[in-house]
Write a protein that binds this ligand. Structure first.
Ligand SMILES: Nc1ncnc2c1ncn2[C@@H]1O[C@H](COP(=O)(O)OP(=O)(O)OP(=O)(O)O)[C@@H](O)[C@H]1O
Ligand SMILES: O=c1[nH]c(=O)c2[nH+]cn([C@@H]3O[C@H](COP(=O)(O)O)[C@@H](O)[C@H]3O)c2[nH]1
Ligand SMILES: NC(=O)CC[C@H](N)C(=O)O
Ligand SMILES: [Mg+2]
Length: 529
């Protein structure tokens, strides 16, 4: 049986994989298992640290997930430390005799906490104050015997606890998210100072093992279709699979009518100059927009787009079979972990406690009858890890540095029925182009993780040239992030925003008002739908 120094019990947090990647970043191999696994399963990995993840449930609710029977006894007898995060902390408190109650207010986003520098979790820090990221409603009211508080919020709430002798630790905040300032250091202390793990994992070994896995899966004669979007994930996935199976890989790019300004031409040029892989471009704009007519529910829109993508890939595979005589049994997609976790708890993944946030077109939006076996070599990675893997394989910077662009494209940025207002998509394209060009001109593009415009299906009153106008409102969004799981809005200067707003209202005649989105994720998401 495989060994993993760190075993993460998953209670359905949006951030479980993020914990795993933070552990990978420390060169420690980790394994995620469902929160209700048996004790035997957990102990079979011979962990040196057991982490209990966050989750959407409340420990007080009937049927809420609990720790495997005997976990705390095993950890005590084998001297294996336990770290609970958010729901994990609440589980520790609830299971060992303390009390968890619903907080008076829920806490989402940034918060300053004061920590006890005597705790092993914080022991070599210079300051006892740090900014952390919260996402919870319940709080620990009384602690089980032997526990003490080692971190408090400015309002006095318990945010970190420990039982130093039993080596059980709990954090109410999320150390794994980038916006928790010193979260990585805290996890590092848990891994090395508390649990004495060794560093023995790296990206090159992950690359080698992925290549071997792909070769075994596709074999020496079979063919695969690769959905290529011009974005970084599919460029890296295609490069990886091409390394494994060479010309048996057939790439296809779909223009679904929801792309940005001149995207098809630009992507065609990028593929030609930089990627050197044969790509077939399919124009499916009309059929996709017809399918979206009258659909305004965001989930229905996403599913309609996912289904159409697959229909097009299937037709492409049939054409390949007719032209070349090879049946493509596999579909390669650049699916990343955030696509998976927000979309659906995939069967067998152990994420059955998670909530569906939105169905990404390439995961939860897929139709039931796929007709392909999926090859998704990046499925367990995050965007920045994919960028690193891409650089390791020599994928050109034009792909690596591009802002992400979702497969459902402008459909999730044009709220409601995208066909309701005939000019909506064109207005959105023009506004987006002005905004992105301004970011490049003012040297801001690379400081921002993702930026785009949103078309709102409402009109507002304005005055232009002494005349009353009744025109559309557009939103601008720009965020900082490292992986898209959490995000903060980018602090532009007022002058920059004024310049962009001016350009938009002067150049796009359908718009008389521009607003800037100042919400973090959580509580918002990056895209508006
Ligand atoms: N227009 C498209 N044509 C073909 N495949 C697409 C298209 N858009 C998305 N896909 C497929 O869906 C996957 C997920 O899309 P997603 O936008 O998350 O990744 P990406 O486009 O490769 O990278 P990025 O997130 O940087 O935009 C892609 O990796 C690709 O396999
Ligand atoms: O390929 C994709 N298909 C989708 O259906 C999809 N939905 C969101 N995104 C991108 O994922 C990141 C996180 O976005 P959200 O906070 O809106 O979920 C952001 O980078 C989004 O642009 C998608 N990408
Ligand atoms: N993020 C979490 O783990 C949340 C835990 C629990 N559902 C709460 O709201 O307090
Ligand atoms: Mg994309």
């Amino acid at each position: 049986m495989e060994e993993a120094q760190c075993v993460i019990l998953d209670y359905g947090s949006q951030y479980t994989q993020l914990i795993a990647r933070r552990v990978r970043e420390q060169s420690v191999y980790s394994m995620i298992v469902p929160g209700d696994s048996t004790l035997e399963r957990v102990t079979s990995y011979k962990p040196r640290l057991v982490v209990l993840s966050g989750g959407p449930n409340s420990v007080m609710a009937e049927g809420a997930p609990t720790v495997p029977d005997g976990l705390f006894e095993y950890c005590a007898s084998e001297q294996v430390p336990v770290l609970g995060i958010c729901y994990g902390l609440q589980l520790i408190v609830h299971s060992l005799g303390g009390e968890v109650v619903a907080g008076e207010t829920r806490e989402y986003g940034r918060m300053e906490v004061t920590t006890d520098l005597k705790s092993l979790l914080y022991h070599d820090e210079h300051s006892d104050k740090q900014m952390v990221w919260m996402s919870h409603g319940d709080v620990a009211k009384t602690l089980p015997d032997g526990f003490r508080v080692v971190g408090r919020s400015s309002t006095g709430a318990v945010v970190a606890i420990e039982h130093a002798e039993r080596r059980i630790y709990g954090l109410q905040y999320h150390p794994e998210v980038m916006h928790s300032e010193r979260g990585v250091e805290t996890l590092r202390r848990a891994l090395f100072d508390v649990a004495k793990c060794d560093r023995s994992w790296d990206m090159q070994s992950a690359l080698d093992s992925q290549l071997a896995t792909i070769r075994t899966k596709i074999g020496n004669t079979k063919h695969a279709v690769c959905a290529l979007s011009g974005g970084v994930d599919s460029a890296v996935a295609a490069t990886l699979v091409h390394k494994a199976i060479g010309d048996r890989l057939h790439c296809v790019f779909v223009d679904n009518g929801l792309l940005r300004y001149k995207e098809q031409e630009r992507v065609r040029q990028m593929f030609k100059e930089h990627l050197h892989l044969p790509v077939t471009i399919i124009d499916a704009s009309e059929r996709q927009l017809t399918k979206l007519k009258g659909v305004s529910d965001p989930e229905k829109k996403r599913k309609a787009i996912g289904a159409e993508f697959i229909a097009i890939f299937q037709e492409f595979a049939e054409k390949l079979e007719r032209d070349l005589g090879h049946k493509a049994e596999f579909l390669v997609q650049g699916t990343l972990y955030p696509d998976v976790i927000e979309s659906c708890p995939p069967p067998g993944s152990g994420q059955k406690h998670s909530h569906v946030i939105k169905s990404h077109h390439n995961v939860g939006g897929l139709p039931e009858k796929l007709g392909f076996d999926l090859v998704e070599p990046l499925r367990w990675l995050f965007k920045d890890e994919v960028r690193k893997l891409g650089l390791l394989m020599g994928v050109p910077e034009v792909f690596i540095k591009r802002h992400p662009f979702p497969g459902p494209g402008l459909a999730v940025r044009c709220l409601g029925d995208v066909t309701a207002e005939p000019r909506a998509l064109d207005v959105l394209r023009d506004v987006d182009e002005i905004f992105i060009n301004a970011l490049r001109e003012f040297d801001l593009y690379d400081q921002i993780w993702q930026a785009f415009a949103v078309f709102l299906p409402i009109k507002s009153v304005g005055v232009q040239g002494d005349q009353r106008s009744h025109k559309h409102v557009v939103g601008l969004r720009a965020i900082t992030s490292s992986d898209g799981m959490t995000a903060d809005w980018f602090r532009f200067s007022g002058d920059f925003l004024a310049e962009v707003s001016n350009r938009i209202t002067n150049q796009v005649s359908d718009v008389n008002r521009v607003v800037y989105d100042i919400t973090s994720k959580p509580p918002s998401t990056v895209e508006w739908e």
